[in-house]
Design a protein around this ligand. Structure first.
Ligand SMILES: [Zn+2]
Length: 474
């Protein structure tokens, strides 16, 4: 039996504010445990929260970038659950009136563009972090407690693991673009739970399961594939899917049942009486809108129109804000967008792929990178020398001026006709048969001589001059 997969996501993203959402503790990662806490974020009796306006601003920003409607009045609720990472035994969250409603993001699929609808985006505080000790027992670090989070809840519009991956990659790029989160999965600033159910064509939605503990996009993809297979097998053997929360074990490549899936009523949401509702004026929304940068699609369009780049190239260049910013910086310094784009699309992207990390880090700066391109454009160095220089700059020395580097590395192109002529003459003398071939019009033989001159000059000969000399001498 063929089933259709129905997938929805809950994406939690920590916001990049300076301080926590309801107190003035720093919002920082990697600190010594439990030093970044105060009576508010560890829930001491009588401590009163005060809302961080920046968190609301960032939630609105995310909502605008995802085409959401912004609520004019947003309220806080307490979500009750008892777990050691939550000292108050409730989490301040939003249920009835979240900051953003509706919205969508368009992704490219095999069948063309597809709109993935957003149900809503709400703000909440993060919980502490449990560290399960290898010596038994668990430790709690409350530094993370009270860090502002947005939860982006999609409609179940995704229909495969591949589509989900594309959506998440686009979403991460977008959130980084607008600067509301650094979206590092390995540090937990982007986390995602996946809901999966199956249904037959034309039939209503099936029972869904929720998958947790997904620490990378790859894990998300594997877990969805696993869950679709698991549910298919159960249904095919006449069984029933149980509504439950499952934990993904990436090492073992399988998931385990954690608990029966809770519904909203299980959390006994009730109004947070310590925080008044927040009025969001249309003026404030307008101000936030003005801080939005050009989003990936708009920026790609600009590259096509202003720099005449192919759509495909523009899309790659704008897929990550780090790359797009680097490209813009380069274009501002060196007026040859096509050449810059070509180098980024090939050599720079290859290097980035070699050192795959969550955050793209470019060890070269735009100033020296464009100087290198200019040296190549002005024929001071040829193509192979430019590649050598690029490698050197990327891996060893990105600070020294390329003009100095090409002297140090002995990469300056030899265009001196006299010098090249002497080298070529000697090669012709040693290869009379090949020389006859050139005289007989054999193009391959010309390439042979160019190659020999390059070899003799360690790749530094100006290929144009060499070609001209071959024509002249043979
Ligand atoms: Zn605090």
């Amino acid at each position: 039996m063929i089933y259709l997969a129905v997938i929805g996501l809950e994406v939690h993203t920590e916001l990049k504010t300076n301080t926590k959402i309801f107190c003035s503790c720093k919002n920082e990662f990697n600190l010594e445990p439990n030093i970044n806490c105060c009576p508010v974020c560890v829930g001491m009796p009588g401590a009163l929260p005060a809302l961080n306006k920046k968190a609301v601003e960032y939630a609105i920003k995310a909502g605008l970038a995802l085409n959401c409607e912004i609520n004019t009045l947003t309220r806080w609720e307490r979500k009750n659950y008892f777990y050691p990472d939550l000292p108050k035994a409730y989490q301040v969250s939003q249920a009835e009136a979240p900051v953003c409603l509706g919205g969508y993001m368009e992704i490219e699929t095999q069948n063309g563009p597809k709109k993935i609808r957003i149900n809503h985006i709400h703000l909440e505080e993060d919980a502490g972090k449990l560290i399960h000790s290898e010596y038994g027992g668990s430790l709690v670090d409350y530094n993370r407690g009270g860090v502002p989070l947005i939860e982006i809840v999609t409609e179940p519009d995704l229909s495969s693991a591949d589509e989900t991956l594309v959506f998440l990659e686009n979403l991460r790029a977008l959130l980084k673009y607008i600067g509301v989160s650094d979206c590092r999965m390995e540090q937990g600033s982007l986390r995602c739970d996946v809901n999966v159910s199956l249904r037959k064509e034309g039939e209503p939605l099936g029972i869904r399961t929720e998958m947790k503990n997904l620490a990378s996009f790859k894990a998300v993809h594997r877990a969805i594939t696993y869950e679709i297979n698991r549910q298919t097998e159960i249904l095919n053997s006449g069984g029933e899917i149980i509504q439950e929360t499952r934990r993904w074990d990436d090492q073992k490549g399988r998931s385990y049942s954690m608990r029966a899936k809770e519904d909203a009523q299980d959390y006994r949401y009730f109004p947070e009486t310590d925080l008044p509702p927040v009025k969001i004026s249309s003026e404030f929304v307008r101000q936030v809108k003005e801080t939005l940068p050009l989003l990936p699609k708009e920026r790609a369009q600009k590259y096509v129109e202003e720099y005449n780049l192919p759509q495909y190239d523009a899309q790659i260049l704008t897929s990550e804000i780090t790359i797009a910013d680097f490209f813009d910086e380069c274009v501002a310094l060196f007026d040859n967008p096509k050449m810059i784009s070509n180098w980024i699309m090939t050599d720079v992207m290859r290097k980035i792929k070699e050192h795959q990390t969550e955050d793209i880090v470019l060890p070269i700066n735009a100033k020296n990178f464009t100087k290198m391109l200019k040296l190549h454009q002005d024929n001071v160095i040829n193509q192979p020398a430019a590649k050598t220089l690029f490698e050197h700059m990327w891996h060893q020395d990105s600070k020294t001026d390329p003009e100095q580097l090409i002297q140090k590395l002995n990469l300056v192109q030899i265009s001196d006709e006299g010098e090249l002529e002497n080298i070529l003459k000697e090669i012709i003398q040693n290869n009379p048969a090949a020389a006859d071939d050139v005289r007989g019009g054999n193009k391959k033989a010309i390439a042979f001589f160019v190659g020999q001159v390059m070899k003799a000059t360690k790749g530094k000969a100006n290929p144009k001059t060499v070609n001209e000399l071959i024509q002249k001498l043979l």
